[in-house]
Design a binder for this molecule. Sequence first.
Ligand SMILES: Cc1cc2nc3c(=O)[nH]c(=O)nc-3n(C[C@H](O)[C@H](O)[C@H](O)COP(=O)(O)OP(=O)(O)OC[C@H]3O[C@@H](n4cnc5c(N)ncnc54)[C@H](O)[C@@H]3O)c2cc1C
Length: 491
Amino acid sequence: MAGVSSLVKTHPAATQTLLARLGPQKVLTDEATCFAASFDNMRLSFMPEAVIRPGVEDDIGVVLKLANEHRVPVTVRGRGTGNTGASSPIHGGWVIHLDHWDKIEIDPISAMATVQPGAITARINELAAPHGLFFPPDPSSLKHCSIGGNIATNAGGLRAAKYGVVRDHVYALEGFLPTGEKVRWAAPLRKFVSGINIRDLWIGSEGTLGVITKATLKLVNKPAARRTFLIACRTDEGALEAAAELMGLRVNPAVFEFLDTQTVEAAEKRRGSRVFTTAELKGVEATHAILLVEIDGHPAALAEDGVKVRAWIGRHAVAFRETDVEAEAEALWDIRRTCSQAMYSLGNAKLNEDIVVPFRSYVELIRYTREVRDRVGLATPTFGHAADGNFHVHIMYDRDNPEHCRKAEKAIHEVMTKVVELGGAITGEHGIGIAKSPFLRLQHTPAEIGAMLAVKKALDPNGILAPGQIFEPLNVWEHRPVKVTLAWDKH
Ligand SMILES: Cc1cc2nc3c(=O)[nH]c(=O)nc-3n(C[C@H](O)[C@H](O)[C@H](O)COP(=O)(O)OP(=O)(O)OC[C@H]3O[C@@H](n4cnc5c(N)ncnc54)[C@H](O)[C@@H]3O)c2cc1C
């Protein structure tokens, strides 16, 4: 089961010193534990020398100070659901694993949650719900990922267009500088403008600027009602033009998902049946695109928006279903939930990008993905968040076929170049990690990257925290993914 090990320097003396200071309960060096901490959902394995499961906060200070003394790379790990290899210790060294730090306290009066970084995101909502509150950021991985990982990647989710991303819901952070000193950024207060805002620098910095040990989060009132619409549009372009029109009608959907024709086709193949019946599709036999719209809020406001949405559907849809019944909504969600796995019918491996483009470029982007498909000969199923332009463009290929790998690499470079040309972003929620490091220079000028590196150097002068991540282009094609089944693969 050994993974791909990187050619890295080892630090046996430093690891022995750490073992002596923290003990074998907290410093684990066995192969199984190291292997489990060596990869994330990207599945490229880089073995660490030790996995540290701190007992108390001071343990983290001890680890970081020793790491600086001996120049040992340190990578922080949440729950390893990341898609970019950001929690993989690509230079070896030590992994700080915080999944057991999972306490959550809800303050219903302030509408705040104080959480430890290992807390599973969905659990925050379970505890907030009895108080009529919820934590809106909802990555699809929310039953598996940690809030520490969400903060470090500034995760987004299905409800981001209406409610915002993680950054919009963090009041305060506590943790450790890479050099081992304890710090607090902002406070559990609704307003705080004292000093330079390093809290927001930590958010989305992918574990490169500090170790988060506690966060105070903003909760919001849980909407009283919701209504879900599943809509079939004849073409990809038709669905995307309709999406822009709905946003212009000032309906503020909580969820607004687009599934292109390739995605719908793959999902229908997996289900063994069509989503809409032939009778519903009124003679549209060819595959169609799908929009999933959910509006939520006070029932009176919902009724008003419902009228607007139905009129809009009348102008654009070939078929639709709607419901305000929870169990029926789940059935409408089914195709969206299964589409990510369904596309493996189009290739045994995928490059899963999370690019963002402005509304004016939606149609051009989808046309370009099909152009790449036709030119390169690899499927490019695309789905994503139609309200904020954050689309998951996939390149499906056969990992065992070197010709396919070459084509996929070329295709992804072309897509990323196009995205930047369209005024877009190479990542909207997953981050850079190692997966997108080869594209960083497409997005940013040397001056911008220089400024980022200057911040990194100022906070982490010895470069011990997550070295190689974000800035060091890694040729991921040289590394074979490990064959493992992870908890979320079953969905
Ligand atoms: C099926 C599936 C669906 C997904 N859907 C979405 C989605 O809709 N939206 C989305 O944004 N992402 C999504 N993701 C990606 C992933 O779930 C997120 O990036 C998530 O935020 C990672 O959390 P984690 O706990 O697994 O972090 P990890 O993968 O363990 O780590 C991610 C990064 O956070 C850093 N980190 C973790 N904890 C800390 C800490 N305490 N202090 C400092 N740095 C830390 C790590 O060093 C690393 O850089 C999905 C992943 C899967 C597998």
